[in-house]
Design a protein. Structure first.
Length: 123
């Protein structure tokens, strides 16, 4: 029986195009260290003399979630507003609120995208 080149090509593509995500090569302690490095968004916001409870209160008042994350409140979307405009508006409003409350963002501000955000000093 002669090998079918179409089936061989499909099998080759199926085997070589399957991804393993971010866990490639991470096992044991390396994977545990990777998991520990993932922090909630709230931990990147600090202020002199703050307490965890106070920061969480300010966080929620600015539109954050009680678990320390931030997501878009669909009820605040304006009629006819594009998804990108909606996301950007709410993110910037949230960041400006945290900055007005005296917090500063301690995450990475090195990329051009991050430099364009209020949390990294943009207006």
């Amino acid at each position: 029986m002669k090998p079918n080149p179409v089936i061989a090509a499909m099998l080759f593509l199926a085997l070589t195009q399957a991804g393993c995500g971010t866990q490639i090569g991470l096992t044991g302690s390396a994977y545990e260290e990777y998991q520990k490095s993932i922090k909630p968004y709230i931990t990147y916001w600090t202020k002199e003399g703050m307490t965890e409870d106070g920061r969480l209160r300010d966080w929620v008042a600015c539109g954050g979630q009680e678990n320390g994350n931030f997501s878009l409140d669909r009820k605040k979307r304006l009629q006819g507003e594009s998804s990108d405009t909606f996301r950007t508006r709410l993110e910037h409003d949230f960041e400006r609120c945290m900055l007005r409350s005296g917090y500063r963002y301690t995450g990475d501000c090195s990329s051009e995208r991050m430099k364009s955000q209020p949390l990294c000093g943009a207006p």
